[in-house]
Design a protein around this ligand. Sequence first.
Ligand SMILES: *Cc1c(COP(=O)(O)O)cnc(C)c1O
Length: 360
Amino acid sequence: MTRLYNFCAGPAALPEAVLRRAQQDLPDWQGRGLSVMEMSHRSDDFVAIAEQAERDLRQLMGIPENYKVLFMQGGASSQFAMVPLNLGGRTGSANYVYTGIWGKKALAEGQRYLPAHIAASSEGNGLTRVPSQSEIQLSDDALYLHYTSNETIGGLQFHAVPQSPVPLVCDMSSDILSAPLDVSRFGIIYAGAQKNIGPAGLTLVIIRDDLLDQAKPETPTMMNYRVCADNQSMYNTPPTFAWYLAGLVFDWLKNEIGGLEQMAIINQRKASKLYRAIDTNAFYSNPIDPEHRSLMNVPFRLADDRLDKDFLKESEAAGLLNLAGHRSVGGMRASLYNAVPEAAVDALVDFMQDFATRRG
Ligand SMILES: *Cc1c(COP(=O)(O)O)cnc(C)c1O
């Protein structure tokens, strides 16, 4: 069996070591005679798996004691509604930073539940830069400030955490765990799992505990952070297998990579190699201001888009999968999440140079 290099934006590559371990465990987890998928979520074995995953995540990210970690469902898209529902119990407005397609979706959903205010927008610069601190203007009645740390489709990323006098809420779906982070700066961090955490079906929410009791009364039980926290994320049946696999990924980050500092160094190196290949060859281009480029998702265009189809066909034949840009923007995109090895980037860079020489 050959594993190819997978640059998919999500569901994305998982570490090979994690897949091998899951394979080994699959029919008979630790000699119990059944798989994790077949265990009761209330069993001692599964509860131990769940608690270990949370401990490892807390250690990796340095999550302070006064934060809860919730293992939820519904994807990051459900958080677009859960955030305003759970923080909207008091009078005030929801503030949003708009930097791209995901930020826009969060705003559109948020304003169904609360008055919304755009605190800053990258629309004026064609979504090529994230707003600076001085460009962020909160409304007087702001309940929270929401932003998207990494725009997965546009390929622009905040490289510093904005300051905010009101709770900062971040959609970190595509760059969580990619580098060290000061969690204490945030009110809520959320992320769909299928980019940098594990398989699809799990959504991670990290929330400061004073924010658990501000929900609108009509908040559905299954969407209420307090209910989720009080029930150890097991008010109903959680996505047990995805939770277990996320735990294996946390263990891999801790013990094989050596933590988030190490991961950040590797991610920085991977992204610089690819951006250098784009910037030093006139056949390729990336529109994002270099200071605001994403280290996780690298969109790029060919000088002649009539060659896009050939590029995709030939790259796939060379074992480089899923390089097509998002359907809404076209072009190419290489996602370089934690589980994408540096060798994959080297192979992509070699292919790009070869393709440009032959066809450019
Ligand atoms: C993928 C993604 C989403 C959507 O995630 P789902 O889990 O599919 O709902 C939201 N925000 C960002 C930044 C993403 O990358």
